[in-house]
Write a protein that binds this ligand. Structure first.
Ligand code: PLP
Length: 414
């Protein structure tokens, strides 16, 4: 989704950058240019403050206590759940489960829904561009149950071959688990069509929203996905907390994932009964501070307005892509028609790790390697890429710094 012209001036990037204290520093004597947002985003003061306010003002365990601090902490924690419900347009707060992040959410679904419903000979479909977190849990499930993992192929641009996907679907398909936006390519997958086709054969669909949630407006009811998951840390929130959305009727039929405090109604040595949704899936003391701060992150991003900022991000991507394409021997990895602001590339005769070291010397932080997508790298015939991923707080001048530093590094390495 590259836009040639954008209402650049309607966004005050300098003002936004003031919210991110970490950006105001030098690395190796140069102004930090942080282009590793797909790995994790930086945190605005609003999020950092929410964490310190909790620890300084009302640190207490939640749900169980009736004293002032416990009640305050519980209501702040549950306020995040209500915010997430609105943010994803879920039908009810019972559909919002807090996890440690996307990886834990997918493991939860594979272990609970998967182990309960998958039989020998059943099929699970993923795509070539999945993150390892959306491959390995399904492989483990298939191994245990004698089920079969099928993989949707992609083209050279890094787009799913939809007709091939349709051919893989059958009455044996029980689960389709697919990434909305690829972390290595930036591709935006046509998840609505993917979901509809899966439902036509009676399969449930999980959407890995690790990368999509910060870039696209998400409406789980409109998508009609059965599960949707995201991690707070890729959304200007803290690490260690994420969300699993699931349709209530499906979650109700699923057995608990972990046992312990909070997920029970009553425990005796002969029988334990389980708590209502969503607590049935939230065993033990959760990550209270960071969950509270997730609300601050969502409020922050909602106030800025995702769709307005997407236009700005697309302009940055178009600008960066045009500059990259002028570099001799550079090959973009991921040229989908529909993509977010991720530029992944390889350069003839230059190893990406060497490049990253030289860029770091100029204060430029990019990610290199396989990006936890080794099967995708194998499909593209490469070992890894250099990936620059932008966010809303980036400036064109930073892309100029990055391109200058890149050209300098290539000269040294060739
Ligand atoms: N899926 C995608 C597409 C990702 O980009 C990532 C993280 O990079 C994950 C899953 C795993 O997310 P987490 O490590 O937050 O669980």
């Amino acid at each position: 989704m590259i836009t040639e012209t954008a209402p650049y001036t309607t966004i005050d990037i300098d003002q936004i950058r003031l919210d991110f204290p970490i950006l105001n520093q030098k690395v190796n004597g140069k102004q930090l240019v942080y282009f590793d947002n797909a790995a994790t985003t930086q945190k605005p003061s609003q999020v950092i403050d929410a964490i310190s306010e909790y620890y300084e003002g009302y640190n207490a365990n939640i749900h169980r206590g009736i004293h002032h601090l416990a009640e305050k902490a519980t209501s702040a924690y549950e306020a995040t759940r209500a915010t997430v419900k609105t943010f994803l347009n879920a039908k009810s707060i019972e559909e919002i489960i807090f996890t440690r992040g996307v990886t834990e959410s997918i493991n939860l679904v594979a272990n609970s829904y998967g182990r309960h419903n998958i039989r020998s000979g059943d099929e699970i479909i993923i795509s070539t561009m999945e993150h390892h977190s959306n491959i390995v849990p399904w492989q483990m499930l298939c191994e245990e149950k004698g089920a079969i993992l099928k993989v949707i192929p992609i083209n050279e641009q890094g787009e799913i071959l939809f007709d091939e996907y349709l051919k893989l679907l059958s009455s044996r398909t029980k689960i389709v688990s697919i990434v909305y936006v690829s972390n290595a390519l930036g591709t935006i997958n046509p998840v609505k069509d993917i979901i509809e086709a899966a439902h036509n054969v009676g399969a449930v669909v999980l959407i890995d929203g690790a990368q999509s949630t910060s870039h696209l407006d998400i409406d789980v009811q409109d998508l009609d996905c059965d599960f949707y998951t995201f991690s707070a840390h890729k959304l200007y929130g803290p690490t260690g907390v994420g969300v699993l959305y699931g349709k209530k009727n499906i979650l109700n039929d699923m057995p608990p994932y972990q046992g312990g405090g909070e997920m029970i109604k009553e425990v005796s040595f002969t029988k334990t009964t389980y708590n209502e949704l969503p607590y049935k899936f939230e065993a033990g003391t959760p990550n209270i501070a960071d969950t509270i701060a997730l609300k601050a992150a969502i409020d922050y991003i909602s106030k800025l307005g995702k769709s307005t900022l997407a236009v700005y991000e697309n302009e940055l991507l178009a600008y960066c892509t045009s500059q990259l394409l002028e570099i001799n021997g550079l090959r973009l990895i991921g040229e989908a028609d529909q993509k977010v602001s991720i530029a992944s590339f390889v350069i003839d005769g230059v190893h990406h790790q060497d490049l990253a070291i030289l860029l770091d010397g100029d204060g430029v932080a990019v990610r290199t390697g396989h990006h936890c997508t080794q099967p995708l790298m194998a499909r593209m015939g490469i070992l890894g890429t250099t990936r620059a991923s932008f966010s809303k707080k980036k400036k064109k001048s930073e892309i100029d710094l990055f391109i200058n530093s890149l050209n300098k590094a290539i000269k040294m390495l060739k």
